[in-house]
Design a protein. Sequence first.
Length: 137
Amino acid sequence: MATEAFEELAETFEFLDDWEDRYRHVIDLGKAMPALDDSFKVPALKVQGCASQVWLRPVIAGGRFDFQGDSDAMIVRGLIAVLHALYAGLPVAEVAQVDAVAELGRLGLNDHLSAQRSNGLRAMVERIRDTATAASA
């Protein structure tokens, strides 16, 4: 159930031979992502449970889910970009149906992130799912 953007990302990851190349690619994705305006870096949009500072701003229009995000850590900005590829453009009702663990597992991220980064990634996924569920209710 992954988006086309995520499928393209998964294909790119298949061509990257080792974790260091994948890690650099995730960082590059974060660098390419537009910065979140400072006016949105507020406590209500901050994701708890992340070692780094993370903000996710939901943008829901026409029944479709999207979000903007930012972090003070480059690898986390990259993970936000990966999550954006996974969820952006989905109907809000479908967001909670995405098996994020399985989809992210296709990228090999699960095996190489620290426990803190994994916890932060789970917190971001939970925030995205909760936001979409509330919007579809």
